[in-house]
Write a protein that binds this ligand. Structure first.
Ligand code: NDP
Ligand code: PMR
Length: 398
C-alpha cells in the first residue's frame, strides 16, 4: 500500500541525508536539463504577504519569509543531466479524469502523484485497479467540503516534506437532480463550496509551496468546462451559467439570509455546477494576473472533452446516464474516453510546450491542443476580481 498521508516518514526523507533517491534520467525540459536537488534553495526572497497568501493554515506553523524564485536547478550525475521526479497533487484522483491523469503521469516514471481524495480507501483501490505502481503515488485525505480539511491537508502535505511542483484542482460534484441545496461543513452551497471555494483556499495556501519549488516549470491547473462558457452550443443548454452581480455569494451562499446561488436566484443544482466552473476559469485568470509575473508559475485551465462515462453524472437519472455517452459519441462527437482525457490533462501538467500562463486549453478532433476562447463572462476581469475578493472572505483569507 502506498504511503498513507503525512505522519509516516516520507520516502523523500532521504534528502535530509543529501541523497538523491528519485532522480530519473531526462534529456531536456524546457530546453534545459536539470537535476534533482531538493536541498538547494534559490535566492530571490518573495514575501509571503506579497504573495497575498495569509500565512495561517490553522495548525501550520509560520515558515520562513523567503521562498524560492523560479529557475533551473542544474547539476550532473556522472556527466549525465537528470531531472528529479516531479511532485503533482491531484484533487479528486479517485475516479474519472483525476484517476486517468494520475495513472498517465505515474506511468512515465517522472512524476510522483499525491492523490488528494475524500475517501482514502476508494482512492487506494482505484490506484491499485489502475495498476499504478505503489511507489508512484501517495493517497492523502482531502475533503473539499470542509475548509478545516483543506487546511489540514496543507499541513499534512508540508509534513511530508515533499516539494510541490504542480497542483491540479480537479475534484468536482454535479447535482443536477437536487431540488434543494446541501451545504458544506462551513455552510456554503455544496457545488460551489467544493468545486470553487475549497479549491480557492487550497490553491491560495499552496501557492507559496509552488513558488518555493525548484522544478523548471511550476503549474497550477484548475478544471473548467464548455458548459460554463456561453459562447458555445453546450453552454447554451439550459440552465445557462451566470454569476450575475455575485449577490448570493457575497451574502454567504447559505440559503438562509442569502440565496444558495451565486447570482441570488432560486436553487438549481445543474446551474450551480456550471456557475462553479465559471468561478474556476475566472480564478485561474485572476491567479495569472496577480502572481504569474512575480512567481513564474504557469496558471492554466482546460476543457478536457466530454468524458461522458465518469462518476460526475452519478446523481443524474438512469436514462441520462444510459443515453449521454452515445449522444456525445455519435451526435455531438464531443465524447472523449477517460484514458484520452487523462492524457490531455497530463499534457497540461507536464508538456514543455504548454507552459504559457493564463490559457484555457482545449483539443480538436485530432487531439491537438489549442488555446480556446472563453465566454465574455468567463473572461470578465472585473468579475474575476470581485469573485476573488468575496471568495477570500468566505474562506477566511481576508
Ligand atoms: P468524477 O466524479 O469521476 O471525479 C470527481 C472526483 O472529485 C472524484 O474523485 C470525487 O471523489 C472527487 N470529489 C467530489 N467531492 C469531493 C470533495 N468534497 N472532496 C474531495 N474530492 C471530492 O468526475 P470527472 O472525472 O468527470 O470530473 C473531474 C473534473 O473534470 C471536474 O472538475 C469536472 O468539472 C471536469 N470536467 C468533466 C467533464 C466530463 O465530461 N466528465 C467535462 C468537463 C470538465 P469520490 O471518488 O470520493 O466521489
Ligand atoms: Mg451537453 C454540441 C456539443 C455539446 C457538447 C460538446 C456537450 C458537452 N454538450 C453538447 C450539446 C448538447 N448537450 C445539446 C445539444 C444538448 C441538448 C440535448 C445537451 C444536453 C446536455 C445535458 C442535459 N449536455 C449535458 C447535460 C448534462 O447534464 C451535462 C452537464 O451540463 O453537466 C454539467 C452535459 C454536458 N454536455 C457536454 C459536457 C462536457 C457536459 C458535462 C460536463 C461538464 O460540463 O462538466
Amino acid at each position: 500500500m502506498a504511503l498513507q498521508a503525512c505522519y509516516l516518514p516520507s520516502p523523500l526523507s532521504a534528502r535530509k541525508e543529501g541523497k538523491v533517491i528519485h532522480a530519473v534520467k531526462e534529456t531536456a525540459f524546457l530546453g534545459a536539463s536539470v537535476f534533482e536537488h531538493h536541498k538547494s534553495r534559490l535566492h530571490v526572497p518573495v514575501l509571503r504577504s506579497k504573495l497575498g497568501v495569509n500565512a495561517s493554515v490553522g495548525v501550520v506553523k509560520a515558515q520562513t519569509t523567503a521562498v524560492a524564485a523560479p529557475g533551473l536547478n542544474q547539476a550532473s550525475l556522472k556527466g549525465k543531466k537528470v531531472l528529479r521526479q516531479g511532485v503533482v497533487v491531484i484533487t479528486g484522483a479517485s475516479s474519472g479524469l483525476g484517476l486517468a491523469t494520475a495513472k498517465a503521469l505515474a506511468e512515465t516514471g517522472k512524476w510522483h502523484v499525491i492523490m488528494a481524495c475524500r475517501d482514502f480507501l476508494k482512492a487506494e483501490k482505484a490506484a491499485q485497479s489502475a495498476a499504478m505502481a505503489k511507489e508512484s503515488y501517495t493517497v492523502m485525505h482531502l475533503d473539499l467540503a470542509s475548509l478545516d480539511s483543506v487546511r489540514q491537508f496543507v499541513h499534512n502535505f508540508r509534513q511530508s516534506e515533499r516539494p510541490l511542483d504542480v497542483l491540479v484542482c480537479n475534484a468536482a460534484i454535479y447535482r443536477p437532480t437536487a431540488r434543494t441545496p446541501t451545504y458544506t461543513a462551513d455552510g456554503y452551497e455544496m457545488s460551489v463550496g467544493v468545486n470553487h471555494l475549497g479549491h480557492f483556499l487550497l490553491a491560495n495556501l499552496l501557492l507559496e509551496d509552488l513558488a518555493k519549488s525548484d522544478y523548471p516549470s511550476r503549474r497550477l491547473i484548475i478544471l473548467g468546462s464548455i458548459t460554463g462558457n456561453t459562447n458555445t452550443l453546450a453552454g447554451n443548454v439550459p440552465p445557462k451559467a451566470g454569476l450575475g452581480d455575485l449577490r448570493g455569494l457575497a451574502g454567504g451562499l447559505n440559503g438562509r439570509n442569502s440565496s444558495a446561488m451565486i447570482d441570488g436566484g432560486d436553487f438549481d443544482g445543474a446551474k450551480a455546477y456550471k456557475d462553479s466552473k465559471i468561478c474556476n476559469m475566472l480564478t485561474m485568470q485572476e491567479f495569472h494576473r496577480r502572481f504569474h509575473e512575480e512567481t513564474g508559475i504557469t496558471f492554466a485551465s482546460l476543457y478536457p472533452g466530454c468524458i461522458a462515462t465518469t462518476g460526475l453524472f452519478r446523481e443524474h437519472i438512469p436514462l441520462f446516464r444510459l443515453l449521454f455517452p452515445p449522444f456525445q459519441r455519435f451526435i455531438t462527437k464531443g465524447f472523449v474516453s477517460e484514458e484520452e482525457s487523462g492524457r490531455r490533462l497530463a499534457q497540461v501538467v507536464s508538456d514543455p510546450s504548454l507552459v504559457k500562463s493564463g490559457v484555457y486549453w482545449s483539443w480538436n478532433k485530432d487531439s491537438a491542443s489549442f488555446e480556446n476562447q472563453l465566454s465574455q463572462e468567463a473572461s470578465d476581469t472585473a468579475k474575476a476580481r470581485k469573485l476573488w475578493e468575496v471568495s477570500e472572505k468566505l474562506v477566511g483569507l481576508a
